[in-house]
Design a protein around this ligand. Sequence first.
Ligand SMILES: Nc1ncnc2c1ncn2[C@@H]1O[C@H](COP(=O)(O)OP(=O)(O)OP(=O)(O)O)[C@@H](O)[C@H]1O
Ligand SMILES: [Mg+2]
Length: 182
Amino acid sequence: MREISLHILDIAENAIRAGASRIGIEVEADRQSDTLTVTVRDDGCGMPPEILAGVKDPFVTTRTERRVGLGLPLLAANCEATGGSLDVQSRPGGGTTVKAVFGLSHIDRPPMGALHETIRALAAGNVDRRVTLRVRSEKGEFEFDSDTVKAALDGVPLSSPPVAEWLKEHLQEGIAGALELD
Ligand SMILES: Nc1ncnc2c1ncn2[C@@H]1O[C@H](COP(=O)(O)OP(=O)(O)OP(=O)(O)O)[C@@H](O)[C@H]1O
Ligand SMILES: [Mg+2]
């Protein structure tokens, strides 16, 4: 079973390939509706309708190195296996929003995995992009903005060992305080 944090990394990689300068990630657990919703918004090149229409089909890809794209079809299948669904909104020049809904308590819901590591890697590996995270549940709320951290660091790279270590702890604690999942 694939971890949700790896799906998020996958969607973010699509956004990076689309030339996004901003990637916004939201994770919300709602016990009332028994859903876990992951939303990833980007301001990249977007997709024409013919690509968008087939985006859950593994044979739709604009990659040239191979002819199948698996990121979104796999995510769609994992959402649907838990009674949820995948929704992708996009238009050329208008960016893309991917919204994945999982059944929160469904036995087949993939575990979250190391969300802090996904966010840390994205922020440190994409210094020219703004990466934001917002996590919400009945337990609490946590927000992270790579631009705020970069400004405070005053030129010290996010990948330098002491900063990477601090980032890991900051994200781990913040996420744990706002989300109680396996
Ligand atoms: N955020 C996005 N912005 C623009 N186009 C996108 C975005 N996400 C997906 N696409 C388009 O949809 C296609 C399918 O995406 P998907 O993630 O399923 O496969 P892939 O990225 O091509 O391959 P894989 O994920 O297996 O490495 C992409 O090739 C791309 O053309
Ligand atoms: Mg992909």
